[in-house]
Design a protein around this ligand. Structure first.
Ligand code: DGL
Length: 264
């Protein structure tokens, strides 16, 4: 029976990650779970986020997955350093994102943008310092970015004003490498680039996760599926027309089937 790759996020923002993975691994099937009913995770406590995360990992485990990916940065902070879930390889976005930021940075001065939960956890700062003790890290919570993306307010004067406010210190410190430590932020790339300038490198989770996944295949920990028709399932814990439209928009031009409403 065809096995898929399980991937989860607190909502639909993780589709920015799924889209990249679906394009990089065209023969693989994916099962995505967006916990829309309980979104956002970014303002919740580590205990609550972990409880939700374990429920979702169990749900995905039951869907015949061969690997599990936590696309949500806020959820990744509470599974840091855990590389399997009940025997299934588990990837989070924080370790690969930190490695990639250090790889592309020439001065090791790195800024991290994220939700309040992600920034409060200092997960990126800890990981970056563990990987390179000489790194200098500035962390910035950007809680208004997620609702702006959810409302489709992108490439807009309001978004630019908010970006100017959040990114002021990063600009002042002349940071050249910025980790987009939240599933939703790749959608804001045009606004962020405009505010920060073209010389600043923005590190996204989707790209770095695809390298991690490639390593899992190469090491033999998971096996590639034979080239036959693949399936991309998008399951969510609540469903309205708004989510249907947002999902299509975030995955465009990758086609997705009907969203499935599931109970965890
Ligand atoms: N998916 C979350 C993250 O990457 C953003 C949305 C939320 O706050 O739940 O941190």
């Amino acid at each position: 029976m065809k096995q898929s790759i399980g991937i989860f996020d607190s909502g639909l923002g993780g589709l920015t990650v799924l889209k990249v993975l679906a394009q990089k691994f065209p023969q693989e099937s994916f099962c995505y779970l967006g916990d829309i009913a309980r979104l956002p995770y970014g303002n919740k406590s580590p205990e609550t986020i972990r409880k939700y995360g374990v429920q979702i990992l169990n749900f995905l485990k039951d869907q015949n997955v061969k690997a599990l990916i936590i696309a949500c940065n806020s959820a990744s902070t509470v599974f840091l350093g855990e590389h399997d879930f009940e025997g299934i390889p588990l990837l989070n976005v924080i370790e690969p994102g930190s490695r990639e930021a250090l790889r592309v940075s020439s001065d090791k001065k790195i800024a991290v943008l994220g939700t309040s939960a992600t920034i409060r956890s200092h997960a990126y700062e800890k990981t970056l310092k563990e990987l390179d003790s000489a790194s200098v890290v500035i962390e910035q919570a950007c809680p208004l970015f997620v609702p702006l993306v959810e409302e489709g307010i992108v490439s807009d004067p309001i978004t630019e004003l908010v970006a100017e406010r959040y990114l002021a210190e990063i600009k002042k410190e002349k940071i050249k490498t910025v980790i987009l430590g939240c599933t939703h932020y790749p959608v804001l790339r045009p606004d962020l680039s405009k505010t920060l300038g073209p010389e600043v490198t923005l590190v996204e989770s989707g790209e770095v996760l695809s390298l991690q996944l490639k390593t899992l295949f190469e090491s033999g920990k998971i096996k590639a599926e034979p080239t036959s028709s693949r399936q991309i399932r998008v399951c969510i814990t609540d469903l309205t027309d708004h989510f249907e439209r947002l999902a299509q928009k975030l995955m465009n031009p990758e086609p997705i089937g009907q969203l499935e409403k599931v109970v965890l």
